[in-house]
Design a protein around this ligand. Structure first.
Ligand code: GLU
Length: 477
């Protein structure tokens, strides 16, 4: 670690510094700036679970950053490094993220200090249920007040346990299923939630590349086709983002960084194969001759798009000036520290900020919550009706062609595609795409129209803070 790295602020301080930078360009009523910045509350719980013949004590947190809208929303992370500073930073980011993508929630985040790989499934279930019990009894899990979701180290399985635990404690709550999102589809979840954050990263990049002036700011040209991508972290978010970008947009994934090293292959890596290797071997080591131990060096490798999709603070004062990617999209929360952000900004690197880039997760969580509250799956009422209206058009076209003797034929595949009414997955993807486009437009307008705003992150904060402020003002606070 060099001298500079020692001056790195904590994660929460880093988020506050970015917030301060944006509010210095805004005119908020006196005192409101502080009210928005501070984290309203953080609950720390220590609980014991009898495991392997002894009582093991665990520490967990649920932090509520802003209740300008309720319920508050945000994931629960399982990792040994979880601490109060981290959950508070992440809760603050949730407030801004929800405001930016217009999901009607305040911001919250939780965490449990645990390495989930150390425990078997039954043990994890007991630990999770006990943690959920501790949170639910204080309304920190509640469909109307606080709705957790997956984050690092948690997924559908943990959410199903939490939802069931809440339902057992609230047997007459008809909306019990809406108490957490990210549940498996058979337990009240929604299609497309698992892929949602990675899908959102893809939609964010697609939207960015629809604007040649923005692409030019990153010293790039053209479309996503052929762009060289490096992804750090092939967990849920990194995997889906890399998979969709390579399989659907023609990007070339030339680098994959994992805990135990990295793979670099200029010819392009097969994301699916690498992911399967990681699942069966626990890392990328041994995958091919393209393996190297130094993941940090690969972060600094030349590429067009860098996708940090793992932990916070990975691009910091210690390596920012060596980063060569002209475009960074923050699939993780807080991967670039405030100091590194400044260095990169001065170098002309374009950063698509976390609060926008990874908002696909909470966006689809919002759809799931609405589905749970409405007690009906999206598309159930209209799908077949839509199909029969389309059938009328196709029948009419075929009749016209026959009666007129012109002999038109429909293009291969058109009929099947046109006739098929949208199911839940199509609707979720459409809603997510629309959300990502809309939020980008809002950020972009500030970025382009204000001379004092030179980066997308500050623009994102301005849009988000403005909306949170409007909500406080409307309440008379
Ligand atoms: N943990 C995810 C995030 O950081 C999802 C939150 C949610 O769906 O509520 O955005």
């Amino acid at each position: 670690m060099d001298g500079n790295a020692l001056k790195e602020p904590s994660f929460r301080e880093s988020v506050d510094l970015m917030f301060n930078r944006a509010v210095s360009l805004m005119e908020l009523p006196p005192g409101l700036e502080d009210k928005i910045r501070v984290c309203n509350s953080t609950y720390t719980v220590r609980f014991g679970v009898k495991l392997r013949g002894e009582i093991k004590t665990f520490t967990g947190y649920r932090s509520v950053h802003s209740e300008h809208m309720e319920p508050v929303k945000g994931g629960i992370r399982y990792a040994l490094a979880v601490n109060q500073d981290e959950v508070e930073a992440l809760a603050a980011l949730m407030t801004y993220k929800c405001a930016l993508v217009e999901t009607p929630f305040g911001g919250s985040k939780g965490g449990l200090c645990i390495d989930p790989r150390e425990w078997d499934e039954d043990e994890l279930e007991r630990i999770t249920r006990r943690f959920a019990y501790e949170l639910a009894k204080r309304d920190l899990i509640d469909p109307a007040q606080n709705v957790p979701a997956p984050d690092m180290g948690t997924g559908e399985r943990e959410m199903a346990w939490m939802a069931d635990q809440y339902a057992r404690m609230n047997t007459t709550d008809i909306n019990a299923r809406a108490c957490v999102t990210g549940k498996p589809p058979h337990a009240g979840g929604i299609q497309g939630r698992v892929e949602a954050t990675g899908r959102g990263v893809q939609y964010a990049l697609q939207e960015f590349f629809r604007h040649p002036e923005d692409v030019a700011k990153a010293a790039l040209t053209g479309s996503l086709e052929g762009k060289r991508v490096i992804v750090q972290g092939l967990g849920n978010v990194g995997y889906h983002a890399a998979k969709f970008l390579s399989e659907e947009d023609g990007c070339k994934v030339i680098g994959i960084i994992e805990r135990d090293g990295a793979l670099v292959d200029e010819a392009g890596l097969d994301v699916e194969k690498v992911s399967q290797w990681i699942r069966s071997h626990g890392g990328v080591k041994g995958y091919s001759t393209h393996y190297g131990e130094d993941g940090g060096a690969v972060l600094e490798h030349e590429c067009d798009i860098l996708i940090p999709a793992a932990l916070e603070g990975v691009i910091n004062l210690g390596n920012a000036d060596r980063i060569k990617a002209p475009l960074i999209i923050e699939a993780a929360n807080g991967p670039v520290t405030a100091g590194a952000d400044e260095i990169l900004r001065n170098k002309g690197v374009v950063i698509i900020p976390d609060m926008y880039a990874n908002a696909g997760g909470v966006t689809v969580s919002y759809f799931e919550w609405v589905k749970n509250l409405s007690h009906i799956r999206f598309g159930r009422m209209q799908r077949r009706q839509e199909e029969s209206r389309h059938q009328l058009v196709v029948d009419e076209l075929e009749r016209l062609s026959k009666d007129s003797g012109i002999g038109w034929t429909l293009s291969p595949g058109f009929k099947e595609k046109y006739l098929r009414g949208a199911g839940e997955l199509e609707l979720v993807r459409s809603g997510l795409d629309d959300t990502m486009r809309g939020a980008y437009q809002a950020m972009r307008e500030v970025w382009h129209e204000r001379d004092d705003v030179s980066d997308l992150r500050t623009a994102a904060y301005i849009v988000a803070i403005d909306r949170v402020a409007a909500s406080y003002k409307a309440k008379g606070l």
